[in-house]
Write a protein that binds this ligand. Structure first.
Ligand SMILES: O=C(O)CNC(=O)[C@H](CS)NC(=O)CCC(=O)C(=O)O
Length: 276
């Protein structure tokens, strides 16, 4: 059994305030028995103002939220998946990386993942996003080992790309993290369905820590941080309020589900013939 802690945040435009919220959330969850804590996409800085987000971002070594998360992990002896932060690849870079971090209970960064699929979309509501104007996409999927099993990493809009999740489950990921800042309209339409499908297809637990509510930058996000088991059951749904919650998961369900319905072993390479 593993006690998973989930932090649901309403991150704002002030990096120092977000770093404090991350540290406080990790400490609170660890005090309640969490062994690993998951935080949302853009825990450290949620800001639609492109020049301000670039100005307020630093290289990894100077990022205040990463530093706060590493300190809190060390103090509370808990692992942390910091969903993502805006990171400058170099000091003078003008485009950023949307980067997530796996931190161990001694504060060491064990893995980093740069979001591969960037959110360049026009929603029916008129909302328009051009993430690639500010961010450089990552080039590779990442899975990393924890004391409880292999963890697959993804970020938000990646959720829509099943091939990334096939790569993670093919690599043996028992838990897949989907930190997010989903929009309200797409969250209402797609969030639960896509996350449950990914858990079922992967035969893995999915832990999706989400941004929620009305943010300082004027944006609204969907919330509903979820923990889903390999059978597709929703074990935790945090609704709309910011806060933290613990969910106990039994990792034996991964091997059990994969033995009963061995879709990963049954995978075939698909070649396509179009017949006219
Ligand atoms: O830019 C930031 O500050 C933080 N990043 C985000 O909010 C990102 C890119 S704009 N959001 C998503 O990927 C939402 C995806 C989504 O909602 C969907 O796939 O439907």
């Amino acid at each position: 059994m593993l006690k998973v802690g989930v932090l649901q945040m309403t991150s704002g435009i002030d990096p120092a305030a977000n770093a404090r919220a991350v540290a406080d959330g990790i400490a609170a969850l660890a005090a309640e028995g969490a062994q690993i804590v998951f935080t949302p996409e853009m825990s450290g800085l949620l800001d639609r103002d492109r020049s301000r987000v670039v100005a307020n971002s630093t290289v990894e070594a100077d990022d205040p939220t990463l530093a706060a998360a590493r300190e809190a992990a060390t103090a509370a002896k808990v692992w942390v998946h910091l969903g993502s932060c805006a990171i400058r690849p170099t000091a003078d870079a003008d485009r950023l990386l949307n980067r997530g971090f796996l931190i161990d209970d001694r504060g060491v960064v064990r893995a980093r993942y740069d979001k591969m699929h960037l959110f360049d979309v026009d929603l029916p509501t008129g909302e328009r996003y051009r993430e690639s104007a500010t961010y450089i996409p990552g080039e590779a999927a990442v899975a990393a080992d924890t004391p409880w099993g292999r963890l697959g990493l993804s970020i938000c809009y990646d959720l829509r790309f099943a091939r990334l999740f096939e790569a993670l489950s093919g690599a043996g990921a028992a838990i897949i993290a989907v930190p997010a800042a989903f929009t309200r309209p797409t969250g209402e339409a797609h969030w639960h369905t896509l996350l449950r499908a990914r858990a079922i297809e992967a035969g893995a637990f999915v832990v999706a820590a989400a941004q929620t509510g009305e943010h300082e930058d004027g944006r609204a996000t969907y919330g509903h941080s979820l923990v889903i088991d390999p059978w597709g059951r929703v074990l935790l749904d945090m609704g709309e309020a910011a806060g933290h919650a613990i969910c106990e998961i039994d990792l034996a369900a991964v091997a059990d589900t994969r033995a009963r319905i061995p879709t990963i072993a049954h995978r075939r390479d698909v070649t396509l013939r179009v017949e006219a």
